[in-house]
Design a protein around this ligand. Structure first.
Ligand code: MN
Length: 128
């Protein structure tokens, strides 16, 4: 399966995301900190990043923008993990460079379906 980097500071959400991802065979890299996440993304080249938006210190939107600005990590898809539900948030998330988002609290099937769809999309050859 795939190596997936999860950047999430809430222990319950991290535990649940890790459990769900491992239950379908993915390898999980985890950190609670955006800066550590940027380093892990460069060094380990995960197939996908799950990015909490609200993090202590650098937030997930800023971290995503930095990932997408760096040639070493720009191709890695980023799915935002967001409790934000106000109108305009999806636009902010897309503007930062996120490829999609998953709302918290996680709905198990939707969580895994969103990830499977993103991984399938990234593994297809680019269209001319
Ligand atoms: Mn958070």
């Amino acid at each position: 399966m795939a190596t997936i980097l999860v950047i999430e500071d809430n222990p319950a959400n991290m535990a649940l995301a890790t459990f769900l991802l491992q239950s379908v065979g993915h390898e999980v890299l985890s950190t609670i900190d955006a800066e550590a996440g940027l380093t892990l993304a460069r060094e380990r080249q995960p197939a996908l990043v799950l990015m909490d938006i609200q993090l202590p210190g650098m937030d997930g939107l800023k971290a995503t923008a930095l990932l997408k600005r760096d040639a070493a990590t720009r191709a890695i898809p980023v799915i935002a993990l967001t409790a934000l539900a106000m109108s305009g948030d999806e636009e902010r998330i897309r503007a930062a460079g996120c490829d999609g988002y998953i709302a918290k609290p996680f709905a198990y099937r939707e969580f895994l379906a969103t990830i499977a769809a993103q991984l399938a999309q990234s593994s297809r050859p680019a269209q001319p």
